[in-house]
Design a protein around this ligand. Structure first.
Ligand code: ADP
Ligand code: MG
Length: 620
């Protein structure tokens, strides 16, 4: 920590002293580089942090610069008034460009944002208010009392300050509530939604952040050059910016700055060979995408990850998984208010396939309900309908007495529903602790105004969230993995993390989709203990499971689905004896006295008994 603080101190002093060593032209190049650094940070926030492909950054840059130019030269506003209005205009543009992100993702979003940028370039090249191809000259100098900003040396300090504040603010966002949610959305927007993140609002926020940095860059550029023309905001520059972000490392704001400054300097240095230079950037970008997709900034952590994997194996990881510490037992939730979950005649069609057919089901508070059925019988689909991922074709879902048939996943999460996924959906590039923090954080996106006006509020909330996260990690025996990437851990531990993450939102109803799949015998025992304790702690549980032994020992009631239809419901003993169930599992040819179905998946590796020396494994 002190080492890092020292590094920052040295950098700050070097940045402060830099102009003393530079000539007039060199300082100009540095000033341009800082403007690109701001632009690149905005790109990084949208693309690398939030996963929203944004090729309209150059348009945000342009809106900022042109609005300032028009307001100062055409309407006689002072520089700073115009700058504030220009920022506002850019933010509005950011919201507008963000609209397509609500509907589409990945390359489509890339194409649409690029299209919007092209439209903007076309407009500034042809409109009379923007001066057409000639641009707008005569932009006044920004005035600061006692500072002559016509000197590029002094302008450098203005830019440096804005960049430092921009970087500080960006890092603050990335490392706290908002950024964590944005990164969770990037890694898995479905899972983030199920944890209560309001995805549409977050996508807009990502573009808002990108436009904020774009607008700042535009204002600084107009004040520096005091002339704007279309070629600055060209598609060529857009791709140069993209190259900066990819080479520097899109998931790290510092990487974006390094990429921007580095490439600006290299471009200057190669200005006599600009055609070859363009080709060169292209080649470097391709090489980066193939060999170091996380850019220069990502190389250290890739190296660390690599050596870590070689050093430690699964067995060692498993040994560090501590036992689960049970929840305090609470009085059984009041039964007087009817069912917690009430599903009435739900049908779900997928283009000709009826995955659920008039399914009805009620779950009382305090129950552990089992849902079993052969593969493809509609169990996961039922969970997806309950948790708002699918909208039932017909029928009704009520949760906690409310009609929630059409509710979005994040609404249901905020109402107290949590789930896990059959195929694990952890946020892969967040640490285990951050995975938990995303779900713990129950603040609504609209309370993010605090980031703009009252950062101490954010810090205070962050502290209490981290305390709670530590407690939860300890309860689930995961404290030793808090800083690990979930993907680097054995499967059984990842399953445990997913349950801990679901419980972080303190749900009233927990939906578990095949939590025992892939666990060994000992882990299944521990799972049973965990699920029972979760129920005793006041959370109702619905459990999809193939492991009949687990279902028999945990559930009071079991519902059997087959071909999308409920074919039986009752106590475990009742349903395994029902002829319909035996038939569904074994087909018509089954004799009447077959033993109970037990299609448990094979356990991947037996675990050593607790306390026994673990065999040394060097590879995974
Ligand atoms: P289970 O979880 O019981 O194994 P699922 O609910 O996953 O079964 O699937 C039930 C049926 O619905 C399967 O035939 C599956 O192919 C189909 N299905 C599930 N989700 C979709 C989807 N999004 N689009 C089309 N078909 C789907
Ligand atoms: Mg399933």
């Amino acid at each position: 920590m002190t080492f890092r603080a020292g590094g920052i101190g040295v950098l700050a002093v070097a940045a402060w002293l830099l102009p003393y060593g530079l000539g007039g032209y060199a300082i100009h190049v540095v000033n341009i580089a800082l403007i690109y650094a701001l632009l690149a940070m905005g790109m990084g926030l949208a693309m690398g942090i939030s996963g929203q492909i944004n090729l309209a950054q150059v348009a945000f840059f342009g809106v900022g610069a042109y609005t300032l130019a028009i307001l100062t030269t055409g309407y006689g506003h002072g520089f700073w008034t115009a700058a504030a209005l220009a920022l506002l205009a850019t933010l509005v543009t950011g919201l507008f460009v963000g609209i397509p992100a609500l509907r589409m993702q990945s390359h489509y979003l890339g194409i649409v944002t690029l299209g919007l940028a092209l439209g903007f370039i076309n407009w500034i090249t042809n409109a009379s208010v923007t001066g057409g191809a000639d641009g707008i000259s005569g932009i006044p100098l920004p005035s600061l009392p006692g500072v002559d900003l016509s000197s590029e040396y002094l302008y450098y300090y203005l830019e440096l300050t804005v960049c430092a504040v921009g970087l500080g603010f960006g890092l603050f966002v990335v490392r706290t509530s908002l950024g964590r949610r944005l990164r969770a959305m990037r890694d898995d927007s479905l899972a983030a939604g199920a944890m209560g993140a309001e995805i549409p609002l977050l996508r807009m926020t990502a573009f808002l952040l990108a436009s904020l940095y774009g607008g700042l860059a535009g204002v600084l550029y107009a004040g520096l050059i005091r002339y704007v023309a279309p070629e600055t905001f060209s598609i060529g520059n857009m791709f140069l910016l993209l190259a900066m972000v990819i080479i520097g490392g899109r998931r790290s704001l510092v990487g974006c700055v390094v990429g921007a400054v580095g490439l600006t300097l290299i471009r200057e240095w190669l200005s006599d060979f600009s055609t070859y230079a363009q080709l060169g950037y292209g080649v470097v970008v391709v090489l980066m995408v193939v060999f170091a997709p996380t850019g220069l900034a990502g190389i250290p952590s890739r190296v660390r990850e690599f050596t870590r994997r070689r050093r430690r194996g699964d067995a060692e990881d498993r040994a560090r998984l501590r036992p689960f510490r049970p929840y305090d037992v609470v009085k059984a939730p009041d039964d007087g208010h009817g069912p917690l979950l009430d599903i009435r005649s739900v049908t779900q069609d997928f283009r000709g396939l009826r995955a659920l057919d008039e399914v009805s089901l009620t779950v009382r508070p305090g129950e552990i309900r089992g849902i079993v059925g052969p593969n493809g019988s509609g169990k996961t689909t039922l969970f997806n309908v309950i948790s708002g991922f699918y909208r039932a074709t017909s029928g009704q879902v009520r949760f906690g007495g409310r009609a929630t048939t059409t509710a979005r996943p994040y609404t249901l999460s905020l109402l107290g529903m949590a789930r896990t996924f059959q195929n694990l959906r952890l946020f892969g590039r967040l640490t285990v602790r951050e995975n938990i923090l995303v779900a713990l954080d129950r603040t609504r996106t609209h309370s993010l105004w605090q980031y703009a006006v009252w950062q101490p509020g954010v810090v205070r909330r962050e502290r209490s969230l981290r305390r709670e996260a530590q407690e939860l990690l300890e309860r689930f025996g995961l404290a030793d993995f808090a800083e690990a990437a979930p993907g680097s851990l054995p499967y059984g531990i990842q399953r445990r993390i997913e349950i801990a993450r679901a419980m972080a939102s303190r749900p009233r109803l927990l939906l578990l989709d095949e939590p025992a799949a892939g666990l060994n015998g000992e882990e299944v025992q521990e799972l049973a203990r965990i699920v029972r304790s979760i129920r005793d702690g006041g959370t109702t549980v619905v459990l999809i499971e193939h492991n009949m032994g687990l279902v028999m020992s945990l559930c009071e009631r079991v519902t059997v689905l087959s071909g999308g239809v409920v074919i039986a419901e009752g106590t475990p003993a009742e349903v395994v004896a029902a002829p319909e169930v035996i038939e569904a599992y074994l087909g018509d040819a089954a004799p009447a006295d077959v033993p109970r179905p037990e299609p448990a998946p094979p356990a991947p590796q037996p675990a050593p008994p607790a306390g026994a020396p673990t065999p040394k494994e060097t590879t995974r």
